[in-house]
Design a binder for this molecule. Structure first.
Ligand SMILES: *[C@@H]1O[C@H](CO)[C@@H](O)[C@H](O)[C@H]1NC(C)=O
Ligand SMILES: *[C@@H]1O[C@H](CO)[C@@H](O)[C@H](O)[C@H]1NC(C)=O
Ligand SMILES: *[C@@H]1O[C@H](CO)[C@@H](O)[C@H](O)[C@H]1NC(C)=O
Ligand SMILES: *[C@@H]1O[C@H](CO)[C@@H](O)[C@H](O)[C@H]1NC(C)=O
Length: 368
């Protein structure tokens, strides 16, 4: 009996963090809809502040799961350059990252949590694939918060993208916009993708790469052309300790392994370089070659990571519980509330029921 229970608990362990994050979307969206309603009567600024608080709380819940529950060790490489620093000044940035797993997005949140006295988790946005808008509640919410939906293929840039960029450009609180120039996740299993990428590199007279794909600069171009309030680019290279295990080269851990897998090799290595925006070319072909140069650099950084003489890096302390626990308690309480209050249960049901409408709303308002 006890053994069966232990086995059951062990089997359920991975479910806990994932359910916490996904089910929390319901109270989250309910709050957001309420804020949307309130915004008709309070000044815009106040509504925006409430939204920032809500989003920051959710990001901190994510940090609780991805840092504290996972017990990952975070190693920082490169100069600190006032980014990972309490005295870091707020700034508008594009974060350029390599992409290997569905965990990558948390890295800029980890950096933002350590930027400035209060943390800057609320500034985090992502340039995402358009299909994500179909994810119930989440897809609708992230549009409200300034995420940018782009189509992966084709050069066509719709009016909604430009409108969203203009909104972000003019938003008063700073923004960090994450872009994955490779457009898709790299893994050792995707041999055809790597082959195509290398054929393209070869045709433009560049050496092949195996740790990253040849980047596309379209998204970055769009951001540079439309965000004149940008201060800098953070060039981030993310590497996972698990990939140093035998036969794991270029096989990054997924969310389950990252949060709930064994503790051995559970590390994130972050290499960061801050590039002031005036050092970045704006012209199309210059920008393309600049971006490819940046990725050639990542290729070398990752090669070094696999080598026997890899730098150890600086261990960053886990984000303090005082920063994450209040949000975690808030969402846990919000998830327990419908069991005690019929009103709350009804609000959640309405929210869930409205999710197809919210997706439809995105289409009717021509947001995607
Ligand atoms: C996570 O939180 C617990 C307290 O709930 C603390 O003891 C532990 O050290 C934290 N984990 C990390 C990796 O900091
Ligand atoms: C926004 O970016 C697009 C594509 O780079 C460009 O064509 C357009 O002129 C930019 N808009 C503004 C207002 O600069
Ligand atoms: C971005 O915002 C700044 C400051 O509000 C403004 O001067 C600039 O024209 C805007 N850029 C674009 C491309 O709209
Ligand atoms: C690693 O460092 C040692 C000692 O500094 C050196 O002898 C060795 O050649 C290095 N190995 C590589 C692969 O660079």
């Amino acid at each position: 009996m006890l053994i069966a229970l232990t086995v059951a608990v062990d089997a359920l362990r991975p479910v806990v963090p994932c359910s916490l994050l996904s089910f929390s979307m319901v109270p989250f969206a309910s709050c957001s809809i309420i804020i949307g309603g309130v915004s008709w009567i309070v000044p815009n600024r106040v509504a925006q502040q409430l939204d920032s608080m809500l989003y920051k709380a959710y990001m901190r819940l994510c940090l609780f799961v991805f840092e504290n529950l996972s017990g990952v060790e975070i190693y920082y490489h490169g100069e600190k350059q006032n980014v990972v620093d309490k005295s870091g000044k707020p700034e508008n940035v594009v974060v350029l990252s390599n992409h290997q797993t569905n965990v990558d997005w948390i890295v800029p949140v980890m950096l933002a949590a350590r930027h400035g006295a209060q943390g800057s988790e609320q500034s985090f946005r992502v340039m995402v694939k358009q299909s994500i808008h179909f994810v119930p509640l989440f897809g609708w919410y992230i549009f409200q918060h300034g995420y940018i939906y782009v189509r992966r293929f084709g050069e066509f840039i719709g009016a909604p993208v430009l409108r969203q960029l203009r909104w972000l450009n003019e938003s008063v609180p700073p923004y960090w916009l994450l872009i994955f120039p490779e457009g898709t996740r790299l893994s050792a299993k995707k041999t055809q993708l790597i082959k195509n990428s290398n054929q393209f590199l070869e045709s433009s007279g560049r050496p092949p790469m195996r740790n990253v794909l040849c980047p596309r600069s379209g998204g970055l171009q769009l951001a540079l052309d439309n965000l004149s309030t940008l201060d800098a680019i953070y060039d981030v290279t993310v590497m996972y300790g698990q990939m140093r295990k035998e036969n794991r080269r270029a096989l990054a851990p997924g969310m389950f392994e990252f949060c709930c897998g064994p503790q051995t090799h559970k590390q994130i290595h972050i290499h960061l370089e801050r590039i002031s925006i005036d050092k970045v070319p704006k012209e199309k072909s210059d920008l393309r070659s600049w971006t490819t140069d940046r990725f050639a650099r990542k290729e070398r950084i990752i090669d070094e990571f696999y080598s026997e003489n890899a730098s150890v890096g600086n261990l960053l302390p886990c984000v303090p519980l005082s920063q994450t626990l209040p949000s975690t308690l808030f969402f846990t309480a919000a998830l327990a509330a419908p069991f005690f209050s019929k009103t709350v249960a009804r609000i959640y049901l309405l929210t869930v029921a409205s999710s197809p409408l919210l997706i439809a709303w995105l289409h009717i308002r021509k947001c995607v």
